[in-house]
Design a protein around this ligand. Sequence first.
Ligand SMILES: [Zn+2]
Length: 110
Amino acid sequence: MLNKEPLTNGQFDYKIYPVICECGLVYLNPRWDKNTYSEFYTENYDELYRLDDKEDYGVEGITMHMKEVYGRCCNLIDTSDMKNIIDIGSGSGYGFDFLRKKTSCKIFCN
Ligand SMILES: [Zn+2]
C-alpha cells in the first residue's frame, strides 16, 4: 500500500501489494502461493521485468524505478543507521548503480 491505495503505478498496472515494514523490510502481503509465483515467472516476468532490453524503458527506466522505490522506503523508515541493502530477486541489477551512488551501504542482491 502506498497512500492507502494498492500500489500499481510505475509497474505497468500489474497489481501487487508491497508492504514497507518499519524495520525496512519490503515484501508482498498477501504473499503469492507457489503456483502463482510459478505462473508469474513463466508467463509475465520477462514482459514486465526484463526492462533493460526494452527501447522504451531500458537502463534509464530501471534507474528511475529504483529511485522511486528507494524514495518510498526513505520516506517511511529511519535510514540513518542503515548499513546494508538486500534485494532478493533484483532482476538485471541495474538499479544498484543508483543505490551505490546514493548510499554508502553495502548492497547485496541475487
Ligand atoms: Zn520488520
